[in-house]
Design a protein around this ligand. Structure first.
Ligand code: GAR
Length: 187
């Protein structure tokens, strides 16, 4: 059985979708570890509720990004991870993590990349008056929301309700991330 790690910073609805899919066999893998850079985040409660190990850390307690990433790498190595899935992990990875796990790290982003990179993709797309929204899953490199695209799914929406776009983006994300991770672990 392949083993995956999910990195998240907040709510963790994508983590929930991935973990549930692993449990029912829709992803041929198990979630071996959750990594969270905000110790109080909802995703840490979700991991605990599912009995999944979680490494939650406060970046400011480390001297540098390289220091906490070295600890993350040690924890990934300790549980044995085949694929790292960033799911709302709001940090750019450094050479420490990329050096150790590069080529085995994917990210999900709530826009049709390369449009609307960054932390406010949905709000920016709505402000722009976008009519076709979507979700992208891509390999992770050292650039912000860069890296080769693996999968995209679009939907049409002609309105200006950010919450409605968020709701629909999440629906698409939960489906597309599950399908894509399953393909990747079987490849
Ligand atoms: C997701 O919509 C994900 O695409 C986005 O954060 C959200 C996390 O939701 N990621 C980015 O914007 C990365 N640049 P979740 O915590 O409920 O899974």
């Amino acid at each position: 059985m392949k083993r995956i790690a999910v990195f998240a910073s907040g709510e963790g609805s994508n983590f929930e979708a991935i973990a549930a899919a692993c449990e029912r066999g829709a992803i041929a893998a198990e979630v071996a570890l959750v990594v969270c850079d905000r110790p109080g985040a909802r995703v840490t409660e979700r991991a605990a509720a599912r009995g999944i190990a979680c490494f939650a850390f406060a970046p400011k307690e480390y001297a540098s990004k390289a220091d906490y990433e070295r600890e993350i790498v040690a924890r990934l190595d300790a549980v044995g991870v085949d694929l790292v899935c960033l799911a709302g992990y709001m940090r750019i990875l450094s050479e420490v993590l990329l050096g150790a796990y590069g080529g085995r790290i994917v990210n999900i982003h709530p826009s049709l990349l390369p449009a609307f990179k960054g932390a406010h993709a949905i709000e920016e797309a709505v402000a722009y008056g976008v009519k076709v929204y979507g979700v992208t899953i891509h390999w992770v490199d050292a650039t912000l929301d860069g890296g080769r695209i693996i999968a995209q799914r679009a939907f049409a929406y002609d309105g200006d309700d950010v919450h409605e776009v968020e709701r629909r983006v999440h629906e698409v994300e939960h489906e597309l991330y599950v399908e894509t991770i399953d393909k990747l672990v079987k490849a």
